[in-house]
Ligand binder design. Structure first.
Ligand SMILES: [Zn+2]
Length: 309
């Protein structure tokens, strides 16, 4: 991806090295509630118990499958990375480079969604904040360790990212290239788009009316839509700023494959249990990213009424 020297978002909050401070932002989740652009399948229509508990949306369900110790990888990665404490000058420079990369990708999502949300959905976009942290963080969704991977929290509308994840992509998931983490960031921004559009609140309500298995299926639809929005972002950002280099889309596809539920379960030595999926299979994640990328149209990201995911 062409990112060096390009505009960096001012919405990055750098809390690296601070430990779990009160990152807060306990603002109300503004659930949007605008027009229903996507028809979320509902249960029996029973009463909705909206507890107000906000669910953080991680990139993948890795915490369920792996006893992530959060130690991250050592060496390798985006360039190089290591344990976040006691960084050498070289490691610190590498981390700063990843932080700059993250700010450029976030800026690209702003350039895409600021005009696209009004155009496609008739709704103004609100830019999310992105919090860089190390080790663990007190988010608006409670405490989270780096082991859960990057996540979005609707309270405060923030994305949380530990840069060690960049090296995890390479060391744990064998995914190379800078467009893999770009896809990850764009996926989390996709959850923010869902929040702004009121989709996340609708899914949350629908989930409260159904059992575990049906609820998991709704989660999969929501996650695959975020993948599709990430694909839309890749298409549009390239149209605006010509960001793509040869191999970039393949890098995103490799990442999508590596973090599919079936692949993660298999790698953890478990049986593949489709009813337990919350993010979708590798093939589904790839398919929806590609659908977004090929069409560049967020209205094509209707996972909720798709006949097949
Ligand atoms: Zn997600």
């Amino acid at each position: 991806m062409k990112w060096r020297g390009r505009r960096r978002s001012t919405n990055v909050l750098d809390q690296r090295g601070q430990g779990a401070s009160r990152g807060g932002g306990f603002g109300r989740s503004r659930a949007g509630g605008m027009g229903r652009h996507f028809q979320i399948p509902r249960g029996r229509g029973g009463k909705v118990s909206f507890s107000g508990i906000l669910i953080m949306i991680a990139l993948f369900a890795i915490a369920y499958y792996l006893n992530g110790d959060g130690s991250g990888g050592s060496g390798g990665g985006f360039t190089t990375s290591g344990p976040s404490q006691n960084l050498t000058a070289e490691q610190k420079a590498a981390q700063d480079e990843m932080a700059e990369f993250t700010a450029v990708v976030l800026a690209d999502t702003e350039d895409v969604w600021n005009p696209l949300l009004p155009e496609a959905f008739g709704q103004e976009y609100r830019e999310p904040k992105l919090v860089l942290f190390t080790g663990g963080v007190d988010s608006g969704c409670g405490f989270a360790s780096s082991a859960v991977g990057p996540f979005y929290c609707p309270a405060g509308e923030r994305i949380y990212l530990d840069l060690d994840f960049f090296s995890e992509l390479l060391n744990r998931f064998n995914v190379e290239g800078d467009f893999a983490p770009a896809y990850v960031i764009a996926h989390e921004v996709g959850h923010h788009v869902q929040t702004v559009l009121g989709i996340s609140a609708q899914v949350r309500e629908a989930k409260s009316e159904v059992g575990k298995v049906a609820g998991n299926k709704l989660s999969v639809m929501q996650e695959l839509q975020a993948d599709c929005f990430a694909g839309v972002w890749a298409n549009r950002a390239d149209g605006i700023s010509q960001i793509l280099e040869p191999g970039d889309i393949q890098e995103a596809m490799n990442a999508a494959e590596a973090i599919g539920d079936d692949t993660l379960q298999r790698q953890a030595g478990r049986n593949v249990v489709p009813d337990s999926f919350t993010h979708g299979t590798s093939a589904q994640r790839q398919r929806w990213f590609m659908k977004g990328y090929q069409t560049g149209d967020p209205l094509q990201c209707d996972t909720y009424s798709a006949r097949t995911l």
